[in-house]
Design a protein around this ligand. Sequence first.
Ligand SMILES: Cc1cc2nc3c(=O)[nH]c(=O)nc-3n(C[C@H](O)[C@H](O)[C@H](O)COP(=O)(O)OP(=O)(O)OC[C@H]3O[C@@H](n4cnc5c(N)ncnc54)[C@H](O)[C@@H]3O)c2cc1C
Length: 344
Amino acid sequence: MMIPPPALATLQWILGPDRLCRDVSLAPFTTFKLGGAADWYADVRTADELAAVTRTAREHHLPFFLLGTGANVIVGDHGYRGLVIHNRARDLRLDQENHRLWAESGAVVYPDLIERAVAAGLSGLEHYVGIPSTVGGALWQNLHFLSPPPERERTMFLEEVVHSADILTEEGERKTVGIEYFDFGYDYSILHDRDDVVLAATFQLSSERSRARMREIMDANLQWRAERHPPLDTEPSVGSIFKKIEGIGAGRLIDECGLKGMRIGGAMITHRHANIFVNVDEAQTADVCALIELARDTVERETGYRLETEIDFIGEFAPPTDAAPTKVLKDPDLVTAAERAKAS
Ligand SMILES: Cc1cc2nc3c(=O)[nH]c(=O)nc-3n(C[C@H](O)[C@H](O)[C@H](O)COP(=O)(O)OP(=O)(O)OC[C@H]3O[C@@H](n4cnc5c(N)ncnc54)[C@H](O)[C@@H]3O)c2cc1C
């Protein structure tokens, strides 16, 4: 994609000479570590820059995509024809008196937000420890996780601690909105249906829980993740691939069809968790897409359930790899959460 000279001049003026780049590979900026390059890449460092770059892109009708930690996106092998705006606006401000934490939308939930809140003795965010996400991505998704141990009796949602947010609306207005604006649901906020951009958010926290209890919850949740999820640094993934099916579980269906360990190219369905696919060896997005088709078709044929993906697909995709899948046996040293539960 060409950026017309007036738009280019404005973007360069906002970002300086080094933070607007051509042909940038997006793989390093996603947790799956795959996908092609963006024609243009803007590295934004403040909420004001984010608003100004977004406004410029809109005024000049440039296709753009807003990227956080890339933990919920799969980028096509042929890359993105447009401008990827990488949100690295990470300023935080604490209002100790009112128990509020304000964060720019590129701040990462863990460690940035959680460590700051816990150090100040403020509780509410610690449940989300270990989940890769910016504040903007977390509002987009309504980040969720199980309530504290030992009960773990319900799913907790980020909306429970969102007080308000500064947004740039799709109509171009910059304003502060309350929680009701987002229409939060399971894996849902209004951001799925409107092109608003979250610039910053304020969280309403509480001082009722001790720091020791917060640390206990964080340790337990990190351990829960380590026992069930592949570690991102050695087995990159995008978390769950398919949406939850109430009362049944997408992962359980995939497991029942015997698909754990299926591998196509460099992508594999991990033995740790059947709804998580991992990049085991320089996977192409086409390998992942072929695995998604394999899982969806097999589950539909054998159980009648049609799985739906829960991630954002961006850019241009090559056809799914047509190589036959192979089955990789489980490493005997790996103890899955299910095996651990059976043994205890
Ligand atoms: C190992 C692993 C474990 C996970 N576990 C969980 C879990 O327990 N619970 C859970 O809920 N999720 C989980 N996820 C999913 C993921 O962490 C969340 O979806 C997260 O909120 C994504 O945030 P992000 O910053 O990476 O967003 P991205 O993936 O970068 O973007 C996701 C979407 O949000 C939009 N977006 C990003 N920033 C903004 C903004 N400022 N304004 C408007 N839109 C914006 C993007 O344009 C895109 O459409 C997991 C993912 C992984 C890889």
